[in-house]
Design a protein around this ligand. Structure first.
Ligand SMILES: Cc1cc2nc3c(=O)[nH]c(=O)nc-3n(C[C@H](O)[C@H](O)[C@H](O)COP(=O)(O)O)c2cc1C
Length: 184
């Protein structure tokens, strides 16, 4: 075995997809926040996902107050919009949908809208909240999951290369590579 080099731990687990998270204020104005990663917590029954958000963000307060958010998984081609939404705050009155050319579409079960340009969208209700070190963890129960029809295979399964998820990893942003085995 090659010699192992100890490094300062930082975002040590990979790959996880980047996410665009929408939330809404009391007047119904929606906001978008970029996360470097979103993750599965409970996989099938129930389906719960986790998002870790810094207290200082505007979205943190909105999600805490309203108890709802949507997760939208961008494609690698959406990198500029992902960086844009993560580089400014809705607290400053910015409409990130307008500024970054994102299209809000109504959700069925929650108030925050979903993002049309993202091929996967999840409507989530907050079912848990925990302080986790330098972030706060919101646990969201997934009330509905949507996928773009043109990202499905002929037999109706998600076609991963077409989803083209954006992966934030050491050294930058990546897209997934080739399939190594046929089992789904
Ligand atoms: C690539 C990228 C990854 C990010 N990941 C996180 C993250 O994991 N957690 C977090 O709280 N903020 C993260 N941010 C920062 C927020 O997106 C940023 O603070 C944003 O301006 C907050 O928006 P808001 O104040 O409108 O909610 C990330 C930003 C970028 C560009």
């Amino acid at each position: 075995m090659e010699k192992k080099v100890e490094r300062k731990p930082a975002r040590p687990v990979y790959p996880t997809p980047a996410g665009l998270i929408t939330s809404i204020d009391a007047e119904g104005k929606a906001n978008v926040l970029t996360l470097g990663e979103v993750f599965n917590l409970s996989i099938a029954d129930p389906v719960w996902v986790g998002i870790s958000i810094r207290q200082a963000t505007y979205s943190h307060g909105l999600i805490k107050a309203q108890g709802e958010f949507t997760v939208n998984l961008p494609t690698a081609a959406m990198l500029d919009q992902v960086l844009g939404c993560g580089g400014c705050s809705g607290r400053d009155g910015i409409d990130k949908f307008e500024r970054f050319g994102l299209t809000p579409i109504p959700s069925k079960h929650v108030k925050p809208p979903m993002i049309a340009e993202c091929p996967v969208n999840l409507e989530c209700k907050v079912v848990g909240f925990h302080h986790v070190g330098d972030h706060d963890l919101f646990i969201g129960e997934v009330l509905a999951e949507y996928i773009d029809e043109d990202c499905l295979t002929e037999d109706g399964k998600p076609d991963t290369p077409k989803l083209d998820p954006l992966i934030m990893l050491r050294g930058g942003f990546w897209r997934i590579g080739e399939k190594v085995e046929k089992r789904s």
